[in-house]
Every structure is written in C-alpha cells, then in structure tokens.
Ligand binder design. Sequence first.
Ligand code: FAD
Length: 381
Amino acid sequence: MDFALSEEHQSIRQVAREFVDKKVLPRADEFDRTGKMDLNLAREMGEAGFLGVIIPEEYGGTGLDTIAYAVISEEFGRGCASHATIVGAHNSLFGYPVLTFGTEEQKKKYLPPICSGEKFGAFSLSEPSAGSDAAGIQAMAEKDGDDYILHGNKIFVTNGAFADYIIVMARTDKRPGPRSISAFIVEKDMPGFSIGHIEEKMGFHASPTTEIILDDVRVPVENVLYKKGLGFKVAMESLNSGRISVGASALGMAVRAFELAVKYAKERKQFGQPIASFQMVQSHIADMHCRIEAARWLVYNACWRKDNGLDYVADAATAKLVGSETATFAAHRAIQILGGYGYLREYEVERLYREARLTELFEGTSEIQRLVIARHITKHG
Ligand SMILES: Cc1cc2nc3c(=O)[nH]c(=O)nc-3n(C[C@H](O)[C@H](O)[C@H](O)COP(=O)(O)OP(=O)(O)OC[C@H]3O[C@@H](n4cnc5c(N)ncnc54)[C@H](O)[C@@H]3O)c2cc1C
C-alpha cells in the first residue's frame, strides 16, 4: 500500500497550483463580487488541458487518470469555486458521458472543442418538480421522422448561460419512471432553445445557473446519447463519476480555509500572545486537519477504485459527502478563528463559507449520498 502521490501526480498538482495561484485565486474575490466569469480565462484553462483531463488525447483531451483529475479539481476548488465547476461540468458532466456513451461520430464532433475550451458544455437533468427524484422529470421528446421534438422547462443548469452543447434528459414516452428517459446532445443554436431565468445565488457567483426553455427544439436522432430509454443510466453514471470531483473541489475549499485560519492564528495576538497558542484555537485547527486528511484519502480512494475498474459508486458518494461536509466545517471553523474579521466580506473565509455550502446540495444532496451509501451496504431501498 502506497499513500504517496506518484511523481507524475505531484507535478500535475504543481502545474495546476501555479495556474490557479497566478490566474484564478487572485481574482476570486472579483469573480464573487461582479458575478462575471471570464470566458478568456476559461479558454486558457482549456488550452492548459484542465477541461479534458480524463478525455483521451485522440479526442483532444489530456488523457490522464481520475487521481490527476481529483488533484486538479482540488486545486481549482482551493482557488475559485466558480472555476472549479467549469472543470467539473466539462470533465464529469459533459466529457465523461459523451466519452462513455457516445458514438464515434459524437465523440469526434463534441469532445475536441469541449476539451480545448473553444466550446462550453452543460448537463441538464433537474426540473422544477424533479430534483432528488430525478426520474420524475417531465420534459418530453417526441419522435417526428428523423428528429425528436423536445419541449419542457429545465432548471439549475450550471454553465447554462454560455454553454454551446447541453446534455438534456427528456422523456421519450409518457410512462412514469426512469426507463422512458433518454439523453440528447442539444446545441444552443437549435431553434426553440433559449435561456430563461438566471438564478441569484449565495455563492458561486461567477458560475451562472440558469433555466433552459425547450420550445419544440428539433434534435436529430443522431444526437441521442446512448440508447433510447437509457438516458437515466447516462445521468446516474455521470453523477456517480462527478461526485468524485465535487468531493475533490470541496476538499480544495477546506484546504484554503485551513491555510487562511492557520496563518491568521499565528499572526493575530490577543492577551499578549498569538491566538494559535490558545488550546481552544489549537483544537479547531486539529479538528480541521483531521477532517481534511480523512476527506483527502476518501477522495483518492474513490479515484483509485475507479481507475482500477472496481465498483466505486458508494466510495464516490462517501468522498462527496465527507468532502463537502468538511468544506463547510472547515470554513465555519476558519470564521471562528478569525473572529469578527471572519464575518467580513474583506476576508476570504466569508466567501468560502458561502461557497462550501453548495457542495452539500448539487450533484445529489448529502441526504441522497447517505441513501446511496446505506443502500450499498444494506442492499435495501
Ligand atoms: C447552484 C446549483 C447548480 C446546479 N447545477 C445543476 C446542473 O448543472 N444540472 C442539473 O441537472 N442540476 C443542477 N442542480 C440541481 C441540483 O442537483 C438539485 O438542486 C439537487 O439535486 C436537489 O434537488 P432539489 O433542489 O429539487 O431539492 P429536493 O429534491 O426537493 O430536496 C429537498 C430536501 O429534501 C431532501 N430529500 C429529497 N428526497 C429525499 C429522500 N428520498 N430521502 C431523504 N431526503 C430527501 C433533500 O436531501 C433536501 O434536503 C444545481 C443546483 C444548484 C443549487
């Protein structure tokens, strides 16, 4: 058993950290305040290979393994949550399903521009009445000759405002349940496709979350991803895989909160001594450290299982659950260590606290991760 990252993975971390420290982290506050993402920066992320980490080189990707992807996600989570979601949406929610379930034509057409950052991708499952109960979606796709006609309202689409290609889940027949759901690759220029309301959120301000309106969008049959009626499988496998990167980027947020808290504790003096010398502050630091280390090894374990072809569904859910709850915990404790200053917008931990909270909600809430884990153990439910 070897707990060390390989030299290759260490150098991947180094490259990602240098990119984030130079181009992302110094602007994280600006992204949060203005709510504007920088598409040029996103394209640079593509050129640097961060948007197609797990996609083979023949389709324009970097061709790395899941551990490399987690390390990169962690570094982007440490720098800016909004930009970490671009990495996640491209790799896990668009690239992975097209690579895993797409035809050769779909892979050749859609993956290279997504990996390079020339085009942007998104994933659209959620609807107003179908969140955790994703099999309850109502958007319809009706066959018309060689096309499907899609209509319905989708919500909560990350990257929806600027995505060129969106994987959309819709029902190909009216029977309730997962077996009548199919996945489609929809292009934003297809007539009838439009962006609706853009949500105002607590954090992730530079990651637009939008409604998508499908008003009789004509999608050719060759844009069905995988098979008719097996779109729910596409969605669930994408989310299983994506949970590892959410866990990893949440870990990065926790690491950043920890770094800031430790630095502050050493510098801030009260009662004539650094607050780091007070045992109750030390206790906060020790608790943060323990949970961060636990989250890190759970994330890497899920990656290792996936890369070795082992079942990783419960491990990915565990990594996401512990990673996201650790991010919230670490940001909460960091605010405590910074005292009143931690509550001010001027200090980064305030933003980290708001952003960490989302990681417990999207790509399956913490309750849903617990269900996945418990069902795996008990084989019930
Ligand atoms: C910023 C943001 C970005 C998002 N990005 C995307 C995206 O790109 N694509 C996409 O398709 N979706 C996206 N989502 C949607 C996200 O995945 C859903 O919000 C999430 O799955 C929860 O669904 P819901 O909000 O409808 O909550 P609900 O499902 O209504 O849940 C409400 C509460 O009930 C609990 N609950 C529900 N069912 C159970 C159960 N069986 N057992 C125990 N507790 C339960 C939940 O855990 C939660 O606490 C995004 C959401 C946000 C906020």
